[in-house]
Structures are given as C-alpha cells and as structure tokens.
Design a protein around this ligand. Structure first.
Ligand code: KMH
Ligand code: ZN
Length: 312
C-alpha cells in the first residue's frame, strides 16, 4: 500500500530483550526508568510505545505481568500514546507465558512474530569484558542455540487469545520474506482482519539482512500479497536504524526506532535515551516534508480499539 500523503506513525521500542545493561547506561530496566523513557519518547513524537518488561533488580528480561504493571499505569496516566506489548518473551518462554501479560492488561496492540527462526545476539558477547550483571554473558552466548519459536499453532493461539478475545491489533513482526507468506496464509484462513500492520525487520542475525534491496523486495512482495490491505513500518537493527526508517518513510511506510533495536544515535555514539532517537527521526522526517501522526491519528490509521478498552 503506497500510503502517500498520509501521516507517519513513529513507534518507539523502549527496552526490548536483545540488549543488556552493560551495553549502555541509557537502556532502561527499572520500572520508573521504563516509564520515564516511554513518556519522554511519546512527548518527542512517538505515537506507539512497544514495551517489554525487565526484572527491576538486574535488568534481565521478564514476562511477569506484575512487572509490566509497575510501569503501564504511569505511562497511561501521563501520555495518550498507544501501548503495544511485546509477546516475544525471552529465550526459554512458552507462548502461553509470552501472552500472559497481554491477557492481563488487554492493550490496544501487541507484537506477533510471524515465523520460527534463529534469533541470535551471541556475537555481541565478544564486545564486552566487564559485565554489570552475571546473567548477561550467558544470555547472549546461549542465544546461538536458540530457536525463536513461532509456529502456525502458536500464531493461531495468539490470534484467538489476544485478537479474538481482547480485540488487540497486532504488530506483525516479519523478519524475512517467508514471514509475509505466513501472514498471507493466516489471513486467508481468517485469522486476521485487514488492514494488518506489518513491521518489516532488517538486520537481526537469523533474519533478512539490512540491505536496501531487501526492503524494496519486502515491500514489493507485500504489495503483491496484501494490495491495499496493509499498513507497514520498518525497523533496521543497529547501525541500519535511521537509514532504514528514513528510506521507509520515503517509500510510504511508518517507522520504528528505540533502544530495543539500536543503542546508538550516530556511528559509534551511544544514544542517551529513547527520546533522543525519536527526536532525531522526527526531525529528519519533518525536514523531508512528512507529517507525524498523533496517537489518535495512529489509532485511526491502524483501526485500534481505543485507550478506554485497556485494563491497566
Ligand atoms: N524476544 C526476542 C527474541 C518482540 O518484541 O515481539 C524477540 C522479541 C520480539 O521480543
Ligand atoms: Zn520487542
């Protein structure tokens, strides 16, 4: 879908499950820091906040609904931004565990990963020697034997438990071209209603690489499969983040930034916050003549149920 002349939705992914506290002091893991950075990102122009939880005491990834509840009410009280909860979980979680926080708080959106794949951060472990917490090194190194499991049965389970029962709209995370075909199959059997929202993801080790030719190919494939029945956004991992967001916007897409996807603000320079990345992409997009969507405009573009329907 070309989406020319429409507003651009900035999603900001605040902390994720890829990076660890040693890598950047700016990566938030305490609930008050996740809340503060999310609110600041929304004030800087993010219409959608993609959120993971972490254990407050050591920053390891958490899918405990109680940990989400330590920051979600603060975010809701301070911003109108759309809350999008991750269902990605950590290296060992089942799909039942991964969707439990969303079942508890019934957000407007959640992520939904559209295929099983290698998903590895192990090369990052070689860049650090002194770790802030003792779980970090093993977490990263063990990801080389991790299969990020998202079978058709898992996807159908999430569609039923979150989509049907909670009217949650999905950020369909597609890390490779095959994931688009998985989504098409799921739509054909009635799992998801148009317009779907697809996040094209580039540069994860295990997914399609961060080459602009791949973005063009993903977009062309999605056009063929979904016609005008989809909205799309792009995230480039690491150094690809801003270039890919800018290119996506030029091609008619929405964009995602945030410390989940990259810890940097420019080559070799760590970002000081999520809001700094939002401010940067917003400035670039506005300089190029694009308009940024407010949260309510994002709700309309994506067909969301509304902030009054969440339970946090
Ligand atoms: N847990 C990672 C392997 C998402 O937010 O849905 C991927 C992930 C993506 O968490
Ligand atoms: Zn995520």
């Amino acid at each position: 879908m070309s989406r020319k002349n429409k507003k651009i939705i900035i999603t900001c992914a605040i902390t994720g499950a890829i990076h660890t506290p040693t890598m950047s002091d700016a990566l938030p893991y305490k609930p008050e820091d996740i809340a503060r950075q999310a609110i600041d990102a929304a004030e800087a122009g993010a219409a959608v906040l993609h959120l993971h939880a972490r254990h407050p005491e050591n920053g390891s990834v958490s899918i405990n609904p109680d940990h989400f509840m330590q920051f979600l009410p603060q975010i809701k009280a301070a911003t109108n931004a759309v809350v999008n909860l991750s269902t990605g979980g950590s290296l060992t979680n089942t799909m039942e565990e991964r969707i439990a926080p969303a079942q508890r708080v019934s957000p407007e959106m959640t992520s939904l990963n559209m295929g099983s794949m290698n998903f590895s951060m192990h090369p990052l472990a070689d860049r650090y020697k002194d770790w802030k917490f003792d779980w970090e090194e093993a977490y990263l190194r063990n990801s080389d034997s991790y299969i990020f499991r998202n079978t058709f049965r898992d996807i159908a389970f999430s569609a039923k438990e979150l989509g049907e029962k909670h009217h949650i709209k999905f950020e369909h995370e597609c890390y490779d071209v095959g994931h688009l075909y998985n989504l098409k199959f799921c739509m054909d059997v009635g799992m998801f209603k148009a317009p779907v929202f697809i996040q094209f993801i580039f540069g994860i080790l295990g997914g399609i690489g961060a080459d602009i030719e791949n973005l063009v190919f993903m977009k062309r494939t999605a056009d063929r499969l979904f016609g005008d029945q989809y909205q799309w956004s792009v995230l480039g991992a690491g150094a690809a983040q801003i270039n890919f967001a800018t290119t996506a916007a030029t091609m008619g897409g929405h964009v995602r930034v945030g410390l989940e996807d990259s810890l940097f603000i420019s080559r070799g320079k760590l970002a000081t916050s999520n809001a700094e990345q939002v401010t940067k992409i917003r400035r670039i997009l506005e300089d190029l003549g694009h308009e940024i969507a407010t949260p309510d405009e994002a709700r309309e573009i994506l067909g969301l149920k509304g902030a009054d329907k969440v339970t946090f």
